[in-house]
Design a protein around this ligand. Structure first.
Ligand code: ES4
Ligand code: ZN
Length: 324
């Protein structure tokens, strides 16, 4: 079964590129760019990855991202992830990036985007991996700042399929970004939002009603409300669930307590994803295997999860011909 999981073709729909920054690359970029890190060596970095909630992770994640300076740095970061995709039988990936994390410390939007884009292009040629880019707004910042970021993205509109919403969830509800999401929809972007990761299931209803998202990122708090569970089943809207992220950030104390199997059995369109693999201890296959071991998924359920990943992707009908 482990071989089956490792070799089944998959799509990944929830991956923060800044969250794929391995400690080794963090250290070498820090040296090259003369950035001071609060760690003496790689082991110290790894030892620091002991999180109590989402914010305790985000603090280290934003600090780690400071080593990314040049276009080549963003290229190297992205290409390292794509090599992992190739090894893990990921044929298609939809990658989040957080431009504000970089523009707020003086890095040009174009530096970030062009570095990532070049790596995606090379992986398409070298590994035949297809990809999409999703630009996320940081929800702890203002809607006005999100509007400025949307403006900067327009020059690269053809390179970005969707707009997302991430960072500190509690206290920053979807309603805070209603206007900017409306504008993004008018411009033709697809929409996603992190909702119901550690905040109330009500944030999922808000993301559906006020932001009109095409997918929900995480969404595991839906289990708190039967009516919402029925709604998600009826809509067949995808939830991009990230099991190792959820246990590392203490959304669930153990993988045995994770609700992904319950949601799958209920008939909700769930997918498995890695979120920030360099911080949470595993890439996509490790997430599948952790869930399989803890919750005893059937082979049929593994197949269903892999199918859901392709069916819920933003690959267009025309592009789907490439997979037949
Ligand atoms: C994130 Cl796990 C998670 N949740 C919210 N925002 C994020 N950004 C990167 N990882
Ligand atoms: Zn995420």
């Amino acid at each position: 079964m482990l071989d089956f999981i490792n070799n089944i073709p998959k799509a990944e729909l929830h991956l923060h590129i800044e969250g794929s920054l391995e400690p080794e690359l963090m250290f070498s970029l820090a040296q090259k760019n003369n950035i001071k890190l609060p760690y003496k060596n790689i082991q110290e970095v790894k030892d620091a990855y002991n999180f109590t909630n989402l914010q305790s992770f985000l603090d280290l994640y934003y600090n780690g991202a400071k080593v990314l300076i040049t276009q080549q740095d963003f290229y190297d970061l992205t290409f390292e992830y794509l090599k992992k995709c190739h090894k893990q039988k990921i044929l298609h990936t939809e990658i989040f990036f957080d431009p504000q994390t970089h523009t707020h410390r003086g890095i040009e939007f174009s530096t970030v985007l062009n570095g990532i884009k070049q790596a995606l292009n090379d992986a398409k040629n070298e590994f035949k991996i297809s990809s999409k880019l999703i630009m996320c707004f940081l929800r702890h910042l203002s809607q006005e700042d999100a509007f400025k970021t949307l403006e900067q993205a327009l020059e690269f509109k053809e390179d970005i399929i969707a707009i997302g919403l991430d960072s500190s969830e509690i206290g920053n509800p979807p309603s805070k970004f209603e206007k900017v999401f409306k504008k993004a929809k008018e411009l033709g972007f697809k929409l996603v939002a992190h909702a119901g990761e550690e905040a109330s299931y009500e944030y999922i209803n808000e993301a559906l009603d006020l932001l009109e998202v095409n997918r929900i990122d995480h969404g595991v708090q839906a289990i708190q409300n039967e009516q919402l569970m029925k709604r998600l089943k009826q809509m067949q809207i995808a939830l991009t669930v990230c099991p190792l992220s959820n246990t590392k950030l203490k959304v669930f104390e153990t993988m045995q307590e994770h609700n992904i199997k319950k949601m799958l059995d209920f008939g909700i369109n769930v997918t498995i994803n890695s979120d920030d693999p360099a911080y949470f201890g595993g890439y996509l296959n490790e997430n599948f295997i952790a869930v399989y071991k803890a919750l005893d998924l059937s082979k049929q359920q593994i197949i269903q999860l892999a199918k859901n990943s392709f069916n819920s992707s933003f690959i267009s009908i025309e592009e789907k011909q490439d997979y037949i």
